[in-house]
Structure formats: C-alpha cells, structure tokens
Design a protein around this ligand. Sequence first.
Ligand SMILES: *Cc1c(COP(=O)(O)O)cnc(C)c1O
Length: 386
Amino acid sequence: MLPLTGISGGISKGMGRPAIATINLDALRNNYRIVQQLSGNGQVMAVVKADAYGHGATACATALADIASGFAVAFIEEALELRAAGIKQPILLLEGFFDPSELEMIDQYRLDTVIHHQYQIDALAAHPCKHPVRLWLKMDSGMGRVGFAPENYRKAWEQLNNLSFVKDIVLMSHFACADEPDSEHARQQLTTFNTYTHGLPGERSFCNSAGLVALKEAQGEWNRPGLLLYGVSPFSQAHGIQQKIKPVMELSSAIISIKAIPAGSSVGYGSQWIARRPTRIGVVAIGYADGYPRHAINGTPVFINGYRVPLVGRVSMDMLTVDLTDLPDVQIGDRAILWGDNLPINEVAQGAGTIPYQLLCNLNRVPVQYHGILIPEQLNFDQVEI
Ligand SMILES: *Cc1c(COP(=O)(O)O)cnc(C)c1O
C-alpha cells in the first residue's frame, strides 16, 4: 500500500471527484446592489448567518465589505468569525445573546444585538457596556417566536432607554408570511407594529427578503435580506424578482456512468423507479451526503448540456440517477448542474418538499470554489463606520 505521505503533492480536497459548488461573488455584489435599490433610502444589513446560507460567510462578507451597510448573523460565534476576517461594519446578532458572559465580547467587538426578552434587559442592566451600544428591540408582532408582546414593548424600550450606554434602539420585528402572495397576516403584523411603536423615536427594521419585495410599506431605515442576496427568490410561486437577481451558487458534478436498461427494470435503492421504456440511465457523482435532498421526487430536474432531464430513482449518499434517453449525445464526463443559473434551486426544493434555504444551508462535503472579486486590497476599512 502506498503511504499517503509518499504521494507527490499530497491529496487535496476535490482533486478527484467532480462534484463542486462554485460561488460567483460578482453575482453576490450585483444582487446586493439590486437589494439596495429595492431598499430606497433604507440601509441594508446583509444577512450572512449559517455561513452565508452555505456560501461562506467570510468570503461573502469580504466581497461585500466596501458596499454593505452591515452584516447580520445568528449568534456571537458567527460574528467573531467576521471580525477576525477584518470586517469592520456593524454586525448584528439576530438571536441576541444567550448568556450575560457574552456581553463583554459584544462590547469589545462592538456588536449590535437583538433584545427579545426581559432576561437580556436584566443582564444588560447588571453588566454595563463600556462603549455605546446599539440595540435592536424585537417585537413579536405575529411571528409567535421571539420578541416582546406588543403591549410590553414600550416598557422594554423605556428600560433600555434608561441605560446610559445604550446609544440607539432600533425598533424591529419579523414577518411570518411575507412570502405568501397578498399576505393578510403580514399586513396585520405591520399594523400591530406601527400601532405599538407609535411615537417611539428610532430607526425601524421589519423586512426580510420577501418583505422587501412584497411589502414596500414595511421598509424602514434598515432592511435585513438574506436569500435575495444569494440570487434566490423567497417566493415559492414564480416571481419577476428572479429575473433581476442572479444565483450565486452553482452545484454541479459529472456523469460517471451511462447504461442502457430494458423496460421493466428498476433503478436505485428500494427499486422504487421502474423503467417504462428502454432507458439510458446516467449516474451523477453527487448525493445526499453532499446536501442534495434525498427526498427529491422522480422528475426533479437536473440540467445537462443545455437541457433538463428528470431525476429517477432514489437519491443515494454519493450518487443520483437521471433518465438520459431523450439526450442521446450525453457522454460520461459531461457536467450535470443540480442547481444554479439555468436551474433555480426553488424547483429542486419544490421537488423535495422543502425550501431553498434548507438546501443551501445543507451543502456539505463538496469543495467550494470562488469566482469574482475576493478580498479586494484597495478596500479601505478605515472609512467604514464601526
Ligand atoms: C434570517 C433572518 C432574516 C433574513 O431572511 P431572508 O428570508 O433570508 O431574507 C431577516 N431577519 C431575521 C430576524 C432573520 O432571522
């Protein structure tokens, strides 16, 4: 057996298997600009939680560092990763802090934090920050998850306003149904928010991606889009916004086997797909261990040489199978695109009974390759407000 160390150059991730996720950072910047236009005079907090929805938080934040007004992450570990990478813009903790012990770091690294519960106010009062801090006070206006009840919101605001080190309090809430066409629920949330914040000073922030597109009247001084930045529509139905934005991620691999099978024979685990006609089956080197959804149904599209072919049979851990009968020219080695520019990830999500968010975040094991601007040296971080 060959000792691994004896292999010249060593084995690097991705040198053999053809599966790859490519990330187009120019598309990311383009999408940011579109989102900024949608926001009008409002500022954009680019949401890069969950490793930028699987696109790489450091790379994405760095690629946006000269244009983004700020970044939002879920929790402090994600924020510190961005600070370590040199990001100087405001960074918001969308889940806030979990324990008072985080406050020292929040203070030291000048992080913005959501305040959604009384225990956080008590912790702040007991552990004053040395630097002025901006807080985002969250109202539960109808999401039913975190945030102060509307009738308790003003009292929470007053408690925070009484703390000398609190510089700003952004009035904030989050939509439950902004992605549904003509969402009555979203409108109701906005009415509740406006009613219970009436007369309170401060900037406002309500919109996620769907709200930003569908509920103009909800746009405040700060919008918080995530999915749109990655070039994916937040709507499950076809929507014109998809024509304006460009998918940032392309997930692809290659055909590693092609074989002819007779009508009546089965393909894959569970022998769940049976050929109705003599069929050319192509095997693509990607599977659920890479983040392609195992529950994608027969017929979920895969894009090969300019055409869509249907997924057939169950998705395996490392491979999946497609029906190539109608594309006789496809050969071993040809690329298969699982999602990207020519195949919106929303269609794959639909075929798998899930949402594009989950597919992006579940990306795993495949090497990631970046294209476009990355770590521009001319960036002047000193100009950026902290
Ligand atoms: C994740 C998140 C967002 C971004 O949502 P998208 O639908 O990806 O735009 C905005 N606000 C909060 C509070 C979030 O948790």
